[in-house]
Design a protein around this ligand. Structure first.
Ligand code: ADP
Length: 167
C-alpha cells in the first residue's frame, strides 16, 4: 500500500521549521503533497507563485535524497478536500507549543469527523526550530532584521526583494 501524506500550510514564507517537518515526513510516506493555502480574504506577503517556487527549490533536493515523491498543490477550500484530491490518507502537521497543541488537536478532531478516512499525524517541532514562525519572520523582516537564521537562503533573497527595508 502506498502512503501519501498531505502537508498543508500558508508557507508565507517557508521557514526552517517547515523544512524540518518536511524532511522528517519524507521518511514516513511514499509520496508527500505539500498544499499551499491560498485563501481568498487573506492577503499574503508572498504571492502563491513565489511561495511555490521557494518550496520547490528548497524541497526538491531533499525529496531526491530521500527517494520520496513530492508534489505541490495550491488549495483554497477545506484541507480534507484538498488532501482527498491529492490521494492522501495522512495529514502532516507540526506542533511547536501548547498553543499549537490546543488549535491543532481541535482541527484534527474536526477533520477526522469530516473525513474519517484521513488521519492527522503530528510531528513535534525540533527544539532548535520550535520558536520559529512565519508570522515572526515577516515581522522581523518588515523591521529590517536579519532572518537568515530562520529561513532557507532563497527565502532571505525573496524577502529582501519584497521588503526593501530588510538588510
Ligand atoms: P498555517 O497557516 O496552517 O498555520 P503555517 O505555514 O504557519 O500554516 O504552518 C504549517 C504547519 O507547519 C503547521 O502544522 C505548523 O504547526 C507547522 N509549523 C510551522 N512552523 C513550524 C516550526 N517552526 N516547527 C515545526 N512545525 C512548524
Amino acid at each position: 500500500m502506498t502512503h501519501t501524506g498531505f502537508y498543508p500550510g500558508s508557507f508565507d514564507p517557508l521557514t526552517n521549521g517547515h523544512v524540518d517537518i518536511v524532511t522528517r515526513a519524507l521518511g514516513l510516506v511514499d509520496r508527500l503533497v505539500i498544499g499551499i493555502g491560498v485563501h481568498a480574504g487573506k492577503t499574503p506577503l508572498l504571492t502563491a507563485d513565489t511561495r511555490r517556487q521557494l518550496i520547490e527549490g528548497v524541497i526538491a533536493p531533499l525529496a531526491k535524497a530521500a527517494g520520496t515523491d513530492v508534489d505541490l498543490v495550491e488549495f483554497d477550500g477545506l484541507v480534507v478536500d484538498a488532501a482527498r484530491q491529492a490521494g492522501a490518507t495522512m495529514l502532516i502537521r507540526g506542533l511547536r507549543d501548547t498553543t499549537d497543541f490546543d488549535y491543532e488537536t481541535r482541527m484534527a478532531n474536526m477533520n477526522h469527523t469530516l473525513a474519517p478516512d484521513i488521519e492527522t499525524i503530528f510531528l513535534a517541532a525540533s527544539p532548535a526550530m520550535s520558536f520559529i514562525s512565519s508570522t515572526l519572520v515577516r515581522q522581523i523582516a518588515a523591521m529590517g532584521g536579519d532572518v537568515s537564521g530562520f529561513v532557507p537562503s532563497p527565502v532571505v533573497t525573496a524577502l529582501k526583494e519584497t521588503m526593501p527595508l530588510q538588510k
